[in-house]
Design a protein around this ligand. Structure first.
Ligand SMILES: [Zn+2]
Length: 422
């Protein structure tokens, strides 16, 4: 084995870079609010004291627990939450949210194995509540807005490809609270590539499902098949999975963070280290070869039907520049032909610039910044819903870790055609 190229080596090198850098003190956990609540002496214990946890427990009335999402420094209302219940084996409890409706159309996501696997519980009613019957052996059950994706998941992905010479882990920046922000280089990384692609996710910390699609895309590039071979011979991808690393690990909303969030930090002087570092990186790394820049998001929590920009459809957020919008539409056409997974993207769901919320004039967002990189053809934001998306022939499908990952593979297929055609 060529140890120089193993991910173990890259992780060591990454950590060495972290140690040598100007990292802050600790991981900032002391800054988090109290995250553990015992509702009664012998009652269930609700807590959010783990990566990405977020809940405020208010009170218990018999078998009903009253809770709300922790907004922290969010301007206005947002809907991310993630908590754990212990000591409730054999009981049936109802969880009632007190700060508006924070459930998707698929209800809550549930994990009975410590966050390893998740399933959608479904919605019981139009009220922001759900009832859960804890099995006799359910010592710990986790509930979340959607399927979480944190550094633990990323580490697992990197370890899975530990022997690949086509994955390198770099230190992108140190986050404000001292955490190290990863940047992956994947594909054609040991020789000069023909094309480059930049991927970013979690400029809004709570948008977890986008991460599963990013992982699926990177997995496709490393897969032992013809598609993977194409990328490894021709394309270098730089991917920053957690632009707001502190927010992801702390379980922040991230969206509309005061004074502005990470996806409004690409104009003037950046206040977030990851954004400042990305703008620096964008001056040299692309070298005129960065054809695609994709910033991966989740939309609002639910609703929208089959319309453009629906929160329950996968769509691209239209760029104001006509040429870029044409490229976005062309890419959607390629997706329609290339996709084979359970989740489907259709061009008609793209949200043109100037419609509904897509009206930002100043180029403050990540994908608007991508549009300024020399040589870029396709700069885009993609929105991948939390719970429900279009499936084959327009049917709706659950967005899960697996289906979102399969969609990422479909993105890789369309990107290949896009690059080969260009
Ligand atoms: Zn977003």
């Amino acid at each position: 084995m060529n140890d120089k190229h193993s991910a173990g080596w890259t992780r060591r090198r990454f950590l060495a870079a972290v140690a040598a850098g100007t990292m802050g003190a600790g991981h900032g956990l002391a800054l988090r609010p109290s995250l553990v609540w015992a509702s009664t002496d012998n009652g269930p214990v609700v807590d959010a004291d783990f990566p990405a946890g977020n809940i405020i427990f208010e009170e218990q009335r018999e078998d009903a627990l009253y809770l709300r999402q922790d907004s922290r420094d969010t301007e206005g209302w947002w809907f991310y939450w993630y908590f754990r219940v212990q000591g409730a084996a054999g009981r049936e409890l109802t969880f009632r949210f007190t700060d508006r409706d924070v459930l998707t159309a698929g209800g809550p996501c549930v994990s009975t194995d410590g966050g390893e696997t998740w399933s959608w519980k479904g919605r019981e009613s139009g009220d922001p509540e759900f009832t859960y019957a804890f099995g006799d052996t359910d010592e710990e059950v986790r509930f979340c807005l959607a399927v979480p994706y944190t550094e633990t998941n990323l580490n697992r992905f990197v370890e899975k490809h530990a022997d690949s010479p086509h994955l390198r882990l770099e230190h992108h920046a140190g986050a404000r609270k001292g955490r190290a922000i990863e940047r992956l280089h994947v594909g054609c990384i040991d020789s000069e590539p023909r094309h480059r692609i930049l991927l970013t996710a979690r400029t809004h910390a709570c948008e977890t499902m986008a991460s599963w699609s990013m992982e699926g895309l990177l997995d496709a590039v490393l897969a032992d098949n013809e598609l993977g071979a194409y990328f490894r011979e021709n394309v270098e991808i730089a991917a920053i999975p957690f632009m707001d690393k502190d927010g992801v690990e702390d379980g922040d909303q991230g969206k509309n963070r005061r004074p502005h969030d990470h996806n409004r930090d690409f104009m003037g002087e950046s206040i977030y280290p990851s954004v400042a570092a990305l703008r620096e990186f964008g001056l040299t790394w692309p070298d005129g070869k960065m054809r695609i820049g994709m910033d991966m998001h989740c939309p609002w929590i639910r609703g929208g039907g089959d319309n453009p920009g629906s929160n329950e459809r996968i769509f691209l957020v239209g760029q104001p520049d006509e040429a870029h919008w044409r490229e976005q539409q062309a890419f959607s056409d390629l997706m329609e032909n290339a996709q084979t997974g359970p989740l489907r993207h259709y061009r008609r769901h793209n949200l043109p610039y100037g419609e509904t919320w897509n009206t930002l004039e100043e180029p403050r967002t990540c994908s608007r910044w991508m549009a300024t990189v020399e040589g870029i053809r396709l700069p885009t934001t993609i929105e991948i819903p939390y719970a429900i998306a279009a499936g084959q022939a327009g049917a709706t499908e659950e967005v899960t870790a697996d289906s979102a990952r399969a969609f990422g593979e479909d993105l890789a297929k369309a990107m290949r055609v896009y690059l080969e055609d260009g």
